[in-house]
Design a protein around this ligand. Structure first.
Ligand SMILES: [Fe+2]
Length: 315
């Protein structure tokens, strides 16, 4: 009996050991190039210095990991110059810098420099609403790549995954949202984007969050045409989307507290972000915040690669 109990205990201990080992393995995934530690959204990456030229196969692995994890947070990157930042951006395609104004202290035309101090960078950028960058372009940006230059005390940027928001919708809400288009107007140029569309790399359903540039919504008729919602209807739709977002943020939001050396590659169509208003507290109170960003041009206009009307009929 005693030996049976001790055998059982040994078996239980062995099992516990295996579970602990598995937990550790899940916590830090390694491949030959660097270590990935999953965080609430995306992964922290350690064990690689991307400020130096790196082999093509490593670049390909990073691109795969961005598509899979959506947010890669490279830690301890103290060696990335502005030229290096731009070079990394070009791994993903052409850069898109036509839509922003360069701050006098931006080191390069392709670097957007933001700050909580107007003499150091553009103030109050991306602080009013959750968004994906450059939504107002016909092919909005595919990647946003951030390098923190100076870290203030409340230097936070928040991220949220977009596919999970779509997947959390009720069947009727999904069916309704899949018929909607955002009417985006900036500098008198109108661009229409589907509210829900297929991510160009993963093909998963994602959505575009309505920012201040979204002036109205339009409905798909199913025969290739659209009709514009009136002002009241558009306000109602916007409020519905923002209320779903607010509810989901409670469990989905990943607040990234910047640390010196952080360098983030974000899939701009898989995650949305914003800098909370607290990021703009004065330099005298929280210290200087400076962030550099590079944006990569989208390869295609957002598109539904499925027939939302057909899916509804088949349900
Ligand atoms: Fe932004």
């Amino acid at each position: 009996m005693g030996s049976l109990r001790s055998m059982f205990c040994r078996h239980a201990m062995c099992r516990k050991f295996i579970i602990i080992c598995c937990a550790v393995v899940n916590m830090v995934q390694s491949h030959e190039f660097y270590d990935l530690k999953p965080v609430k959204l995306g992964c922290e990456i350690r064990g690689i210095d991307i400020g130096n030229p790196i082999p093509e196969e490593v670049i390909e692995q990073i691109k795969k990991d961005v598509t899979e994890h959506r947010l890669l947070i490279f830690k301890d990157q103290h060696n990335i110059s502005p030229n290096g930042h731009v070079r990394i951006g070009r791994w993903f395609g052409d850069l898109e810098s036509s839509f922003f104004t360069q701050h006098p202290k931006s080191p390069l035309r392709d670097i957007y420099r933001v700050s909580n101090d107007g003499s150091e960078g553009l103030r109050a950028i991306g602080t009013t609403s959750w968004h994906s960058d450059c939504l107002y372009l016909p092919k909005f940006c595919s990647y946003s790549i951030f390098h923190v230059i100076n870290v203030s005390k409340e230097a936070e940027t928040d991220f949220v995954p977009l596919n999970e928001i779509v997947e959390g919708l009720s069947e009727s809400q999904l069916s309704k949202w899949e018929k909607l288009w955002l009417v985006v107007i900036r500098k008198e140029v109108r661009v229409d984007h589907p509210l829900i569309y297929s991510h160009p790399e993963s093909n998963k359903k994602v959505l575009s969050l309505p920012t201040g540039f979204v002036k109205a919504f339009a409905w798909d008729t199913g025969d290739g045409t659209k009709f514009l919602s009136d002002r009241e209807g558009s306000t109602e739709i916007r409020n519905e989307i923002l209320s779903v977002l607010k509810r989901r943020l409670e469990d989905l939001k990943y607040p990234h507290m910047w640390e010196v050396g952080d360098f983030i590659i974000a899939d701009n169509q898989a995650v949305a972000h914003w800098a909370p208003p607290s990021s703009q507290k004065p330099r005298t109170e929280v210290g200087l915040r400076v962030l550099h960003r590079v944006t990569v041009a989208g390869k295609e206009a957002p598109e539904r690669k499925y027939d939302s009307f057909k899916e509804k009929d088949e349900l």
